[in-house]
Ligand binder design. Sequence first.
Ligand code: HEC
Ligand code: HEC
Length: 395
Amino acid sequence: MKMQHLKQIFTFRFSIKHGALLLGFSMLFFNACVDDNNIDEVFEATPYQIEIPFGFPTKLNIPENNPMTVEGVELGRYLFYDGRLSGRNHPDSLMSCATCHRQERAFEAGVDHPDFPGGFPHGLTGLPTHHVMLPMINLVWNHSGYGWNGFLYPNNPEENLRNIEDFVRLTVMAKDEIDGDTLQTREMIQSIPGYPELFKKAFGSDKVTFVNIGKAIAQFVRTLISANSKFDKYMRGEVQLSQSELNGYVLFTTEEGADCFHCHGGFGNPLFTTHLFYNNGKDTEFTDPMDRFQISKDPMDHGAYKATTLRNIEVQGPYMHDGRFATLEEVIDFYSHDLKDSPYINPLMHHINDGGILLTPTEKEDLLNFIKTLRDDDFMTNPDFGKPGKFPDEK
Ligand code: HEC
Ligand code: HEC
């Protein structure tokens, strides 16, 4: 026996109490004398701490059974970008989250996606997705449901339809997305040199499971935080907004102005979304089998969808769940004078009787200039969120 291994055993526990995330650490340090052939297996993982940006809420949506770790996030980033997540390695059948969710478009496809004309994505089968994209921005603050209609939500009686972990499984299986199966994906990832070790570091076992694939990707997605737009810098007192941007901000956050803030935040709500679902007056008939009504069964939810975050919205066209508007100018024209009344329109659409908020051309320009201050280029170029230089088998 010789003294040769310094082992640091690191255990940690996450608990969510009274809306706050408490990190309880208990650390044990000791030197262990171990036989070369008998190195005991100790699961070590380093807690990953999310830094709460200035003014952001402290309550995070991190499931208790998937605490964030540095190793989990690293593994999740590889998997997020690795086309072999499809369970296949032929060049024509590679697809990962990043195929559709592109960092430079705030993790949407964007109108200029090379394979998806106009920003309408389709899966490996060629089948188009039912709705257009949603971005991945500050999702760790969403407690009200993922997807345009919020079909994945905390405490869903259906235990496997609750959180981002479940999106991974659904995406791999969906005909309009990866069109694979979880077993095939698990076996593919297991067979790629380098991955089993990363699973071991993140989850304590080199046996790849689909549950752990989902957990790792969800951990990575939870790190995608955007809080450094021009507007954030203004709120921190670092830059000034132009007069036009300021006028737009006032319009955005006043009822007699453009009246956007009830649904899209912005006034004491730095997420620029309430994460809630509204009918914002686009139509008079509602036939989409995947609107909010299908989830809530509340008749007022016919034609209702998530009021998405307006952070980085500039790069996220086409707009609305069906991509009906190509540009932000069209969206502003719609809110200005093109609203459609129906029994289901949300009462927060206060200006419906005028057909809209009736903005002058200058006000439209101011509103647009304000919305553009929500663009965060650091988020869209942050190397920590980008494609890893090499995949585990390329090292
Ligand atoms: C074929 C394109 C495509 C691929 C590949 C894809 N997504 Fe998506 N994603 C979409 C579309 C379209 C939506 C909007 C779905 C809806 O609600 O109708 C979406 C929505 C989401 C949302 C909801 C965001 C929110 O604000 O509610 C999450 C989370 C998500 N995807 C995660 C993933 C993950 C993780 C992967 C990889 C395992 C992935 N996606 C792969 C197209 C894709
Ligand atoms: C009653 C709530 C409500 C109000 C008020 C409201 N919106 Fe929306 N907004 C929504 C909903 C819901 C959606 C998504 C609707 C859909 O996809 O069909 C949306 C979508 C959008 C989109 C497109 C988002 C995307 O990801 O495609 C933009 C841009 C937008 N709103 C800007 C504004 C602006 C600017 C104002 C103020 C003039 C405003 N909204 C007022 C609820 C609202």
